[in-house]
Structure formats: structure tokens, C-alpha cells
Design a protein around this ligand. Sequence first.
Ligand SMILES: [Zn+2]
Ligand SMILES: [Zn+2]
Ligand SMILES: [Zn+2]
Length: 452
Amino acid sequence: MHFSSERPGSNLVVIGDDQLDGLIITGLTGEALLEAARAQRGDPRHAYYPLFALPSGPPPDGTHGAELAMLLDGIVNDEAEAASMAAEHWREVDGQHALPASTPEARLISYLALRPSRPLAPLRDWRSPTVYRFPLLAALGAGESGESLSVLAARGLLVRRELVERLRLCPGCGGAHLLFVDTCPNCARIDIAADESIHCFRCGHVESQGRFMSDGSLQCPNCRARLRHIGTDYDRPLEHYLCRRCGDRFTEPDVVARCSICSHECHPEMLTTREAGTYQLTEYGRMSALDGSAGRVFERFDADRYLNPERFEHLLDWQMGITRAHSDCRFALVLIQLRWPAPAQSAQGRAQARVLVREFAERLPEFLREADICARTREPDFWILMPQADSREAKVILDRLQSAIRDEGTPREAGLSLSARVLRSSDLRGLGKDARSVMDQVLRASEGTANA
Ligand SMILES: [Zn+2]
Ligand SMILES: [Zn+2]
Ligand SMILES: [Zn+2]
């Protein structure tokens, strides 16, 4: 066995005889060690290789220590120990060193192939916008929030093992730092207080109990009547809250979810949910690492997100058939149309609009759920088929899209506008027998409203 420093004076020691079997970060401690581990996992050449540390002092503790443990394959006492641990990892892939590494997802699949018994787990870190983050994914370049994991699971490459948390996320920015604020149902302001009130039967006056107290008994501040018996002279309304701004009394405050990151406000029902969990490689995932096809997973994914219109129609027919036969099945069909003012427009403006439409087309799939499919029948017409969805789920996606577009601000400058129609499976029944006639009807109706 042979060890050498990767570069003279560097903190990396190479394990391996005739080929590189792994790396050891030496002579560092604390934060510097964590930084080095992130950088090493982020190096596409050796991202999935066994990586160890031989620290010069105590490793970091707390969240940083947990993150370091997720990036390393172990802290070792000497190089021989690292070499024997590295050999065990390579045995899992029959010693094959050249595994897919062209994309972050490919590097992840290769990484997991070397460590089949080690599930990928999220780290809880309140500093992270999504509270749970995957340091390894961040280092590999796949995005620390773990969104790509559910896509890889949907493709059969990963399987989710343990559910760690169910997150509610801001539809605007995807963050999990939310405040749930009680507000006045009348004026939507937050200056409300619990307040027992009294209702005078004689004059109908309603006010806070405190205003009726007079020398230890109850007297109406309006008509001066002495209120002796509840049920005959007065009663206590069920409205236990008072808005100090608009004076409204109500039984239950409204709850608003407010994002602490982007200030987006919405009803709690509009929050998106995501499950954080641990993931493991499937046998199919292991095979695609070994035969090299994992490298193409995301190329395939991009190409697949837009189906050709015939295939989309075929799937819509199929969904319509399912909902006709099973009343508990449903779906939503969404038509998004990008429009720009056609007359009096410069060639430059048209070119700019075309770029925006292309950018929109590239980004739209990010906003969809795993099972949703989309197609384009004309350049500015985008169709989304959302199985087992209702207008609510469709609206969540549209809201996210709209706020993303608003934040970027460009389409409006270019005069581009977005309109969307959401149809539930139950709405489609009257529109036509098959997908083709339904889609024609929807297009015709949208043109009707556009011209109106
Ligand atoms: Zn937000
Ligand atoms: Zn109010
Ligand atoms: Zn009164």
C-alpha cells in the first residue's frame, strides 16, 4: 500500500497503489476540516470516492460535527485503517472505479452505490431555509433541499425509507420558516385580543365586560339598566375576540401563514407540503450506477417532462376513462397561455418575448409535482395534466409560478402576460367525449375570453 500527499504541502493524502482509492484530509480541525470535506465532495473527479479525515485536533461539534459525519466516510487513526475501509466500499461495486459522475444526481447515485447500507439522511438545521437540509447533496451540487430525491425516487433509482418530518413550505420561496398569525376576520389586521363581552337585553348594547362593571355589579353603560340575571337581563355572546382596529367581535380569529423569509402571506391550506426522509439506493439504482446509465437520468428527465401532444392526449383520454369508471379518481387539466400584444411590436420585442417563452418552458417543470405531465400544443400554449389533483392543487402551482414570475419582473416589461384556466375532471364531462375535443373546446373558450 502506498500513500502520498496529492500535492506537496497539501492536506490531502491519497490512498491506493496503482489507482486512487480514496483520500484522507489531514492536519485540519474544526471549521477548516468541514470546509475541506465540503470542497472535496464538491470536486466532480472524486465526489463519490471514499473520504476520511485524520484531524489534527477535535473535529467540530453540534450541527457542524453532524454535517462533517455526513460528508466523511470516517475519522481514522492512521492511513492503513482508511485503506481497509476504502477497500470495503469498492467491493460494493466490484472494484469498478469509473462510475457516472457527469451530473450531481449521477454523482449521488455513484456515491450511494459505494455505500449501500448507509441511507442518505437530512440534517435538521434551523439556519437552513427549509429547516432540513442534505449537506451531501449541497456538496455534490444537487441542491441542499433534497427536491431531486423525490424525482429520483419517482424514477425508481432511490427508495424512501424513514419519514423524518412533514414540512409545510411557503408557496412563494419554498422556505419552512413560517409564522402562523391570528388575524381579524373582518379587517385582516393582527391587533386582536381575547375579550369577554356582555349583551344588554334591554337596549341591545354589546361591549366588553369591564365596561359594565360598576361598584361590583353589572350596569349597562348605554341605557344604565342594572343587569342582575343572566338569561333574563343579559347574556354573554360567543364572540370571544375583539379587534382593536375595526371593533369587530368574532368567535375564531383567521389564521394566516406568513413567511419569515420572503414575507409571502397565505392561508395555511395553500402551503405546499414536502416530506423529509431518508433515502436508499434501489437495486435498479445500483445497476444504473454500474452500467453507467445513471449519468443520463436527468437528461432523460428533462426530455420527458414535455410529452408530445399525441402522447399527452392519449394520457388525458386514459385519465378521463379512469374518472368515468371510478368516482374517487380525479384530475385537473391546466392550460397556461403566454400572450404578448401582437400589433405594433418590433422584431426586437418579438425576439425578447420568444426568449421569455423559452425560459418559461424550461422552468415550468420545476413547479410541477412528480406525477404531473405537460405538453405544448403551440409555442405559447402549455398544458398540464395533474392526476389526483383538484383546483386547489392546481392553484398552488399557479400561485408559485406567478410569484416566481413576479419576482423576476421581466415578462411584464416585455408586455408578456400569463393566463391560466384550471379545469377539474368533473368540469370536462360536458366538454367532449375525448381528449382532442376537450382540448379544442378549452382553447376555443380561452380565445373567446381573450378576444372579448
Ligand atoms: Zn417565502
Ligand atoms: Zn378588524
Ligand atoms: Zn343597555
